[in-house]
Design a protein around this ligand. Structure first.
Ligand code: NAD
Length: 254
């Protein structure tokens, strides 16, 4: 028996990285999983791989950009028509871009806040009518909310906002027994992580500097974040809400 048999999950930003690994894990555990992303072809490939592995049609691709409220309306209309409710919402879509303070442009600020904060808020707000009593809402924050790293002030601030949302929404939604928690990954091998520094020599220096201060001394795997998301999605975490679960090899803990 799967840990999510009969559950309906929505995962934003699920065509790659942490979202894709979590979609796969949730489907293997028996959930129907709506997976969103901006690029149809990439999304279709991810969903097809999940369904082939599972021998089912449990994963459903819905092209949807979290920064577009119309796209979010279309997403939830599709979920409502197909399944009628959401039991687990993983608001995971996010972007990063590095810039030192003097180089932050209006476009940089608006893009990163537009996806990571505005997009995430409306992802959750527009799900409210569909969220079942006792649902689990999981927000992807980051260690960048609590640990400084060069040239990431805007990204870090967006993730601090996400962490704060988990506290307030945990209070606001408790009456419906809806739990809201944040996951804060450290460095995890995904297209986003590889894309932060593209020059190979600089990328090695960047990685070495990161890992030097980390107890576990390695980059994480997206499946390790998916395992944490599964914990927060199920009754295994029934007494946990408003929390931040770090999945960071200890980087921001020591
Ligand atoms: P990724 O770039 O590999 O995947 C991100 C996914 O989000 C992709 O599927 C992309 O298409 C989607 N996405 C981006 N903008 C979107 C939008 N506007 N609408 C819908 N989908 C959109 O990244 P990842 O590393 O898997 O990151 C997932 C989350 O984890 C992000 O919120 C990120 O900030 C966070 N995070 C990642 C790391 C890391 O090291 N990889 C560390 C801490 C936090």
């Amino acid at each position: 028996m799967g840990q999510l048999d009969g559950k309906v999950a929505v995962i934003t930003g699920g065509s790659a990285g942490i979202g894709a690994a979590t979609a796969r894990r949730f489907a293997l555990e028996g959930a129907t999983v709506f997976v969103t992303g901006r690029r149809q072809a990439e999304l279709d490939t991810t969903v097809k791989a999940i369904n082939t592995e599972n021998g089912s049609g449990q994963a459903i691709a819905v092209r949807s950009d979290v920064s577009s409220l119309e796209d979010l309306d279309r997403l939830y209309a599709r979920v409502r028509d197909h399944s009628g409710r959401v039991d687990v919402l993983f608001a995971n879509a996010g972007v990063t871009q590095i810039a030192r303070l003097e180089d932050v442009s209006e476009e940089h600020f608006d893009r990163v806040f537009g996806v990571n904060v505005r997009g995430l808020l409306f992802t959750v707000q527009k799900a409210l009518p569909l969220l079942s009593d006792g649902a689990s809402v999981i927000l992807t924050a980051s260690i960048a909310a609590s640990k400084a790293s060069a040239a990431s002030s805007v990204y870090g601030a967006t993730k601090a906002a996400v962490r704060s949302f988990a506290r307030t929404w945990a209070m606001e939604l408790a009456g419906r027994r809806i739990r809201v928690n944040a996951i804060s990954p450290g460095p995890v091998e995904t297209p986003m992580f590889s894309g932060v520094v593209t020059d190979p020599a600089q990328a090695t220096d960047f990685k070495d500097a990161l890992l030097a201060g980390m107890p576990l001394g390695r980059v994480g795997d997206a499946d390790e974040v998916a395992a944490a998301a599964l914990f927060l999605a199920t009754d295994a975490s029934s007494f946990t809400t408003g929390a931040e679960l770090f999945v960071d090899g200890g980087l921001a803990q020591v």
